[in-house]
Design a binder for this molecule. Structure first.
Ligand SMILES: C[S@@+](CC[C@H](N)C(=O)[O-])C[C@H]1O[C@@H](n2cnc3c(N)ncnc32)[C@H](O)[C@@H]1O
Length: 189
């Protein structure tokens, strides 16, 4: 807790933990090793639900095992599909949607999030948020195509009307510009 500013992911968790209450619905759009899925599953409680997307079987399998070890499997629906298809699986409003861009740590570094699918998913995600719901993205740009994806993500968030969403960016000023940082959009009403 005392070192929350050390990593973009821990700053992001700190914000999101203030927003979610038991019974909420949340989405982990990039399950990976399951750290965000577990984090969300703990917050939504037994009456809430987390939907987790990943295109890699390895990510889904690892997270399934992690959830089982933490006794949290009943709170999470893991979906082996791209987040760009989020609207096929979720039609009701959700409180929080989290993205963590890049490749699966400890996995195939060639399987990465991509500009086209990321932007399609972000667009759909905005329209799924509850009033005061939050869309957060931890942006990495060191993977192949990462710089292009980062520019597209920034342009996307810059174009969101301020009358509809508050959009903030949080980065470490004394680190390389390619270091991970956060963009958070909160629906105004
Ligand atoms: C940086 S990792 C996520 C890390 C994860 N949040 C964690 O806590 O371990 C990015 C993940 O996005 C996944 N991914 C890439 N393209 C995707 C897509 N179109 N839909 C869903 N997941 C995707 C990758 O397979 C990878 O596991």
């Amino acid at each position: 807790m005392s070192d929350i500013f050390a990593r973009a992911t821990s700053i992001n968790h700190d914000f999101i933990s203030r927003l979610i209450t038991p019974g909420d619905k949340a989405v982990d759009a990039t399950v990976g090793n399951g750290h965000d899925t577990i984090f969300l599953a703990n917050l939504v409680g037994d009456t809430g639900k987390v939907y987790g997307f990943d295109i890699q079987d390895m990510a889904i399998e690892r997270t399934k095992n992690l959830l089982s070890a933490h006794n949290l499997s009943n709170r999470v629906l893991l979906i082996a599909d791209g987040h760009e298809n989020i609207d096929k699986y979720i039609q009701h409003p959700v409180k929080v949607i989290m993205f963590n861009l890049g490749y699966l740590p400890g996995g195939d570094h060639g399987i990465i999030t991509r500009e086209e699918t990321t932007i399609a998913a972000l667009k759909k995600s905005l329209s799924l948020l509850t009033p005061h719901g939050v869309l957060s993205v931890v942006v990495y740009s060191r993977h192949h195509g990462g710089e292009r994806e980062k520019q597209a993500v920034e342009s996307f968030f810059e174009s969101i009307p301020k009358t509809e969403f508050h959009v903030v960016k949080i980065n470490h000023l004394n680190r390389l510009s390619s270091s991970p940082y956060i963009i958070i959009a909160q629906r105004n009403d």
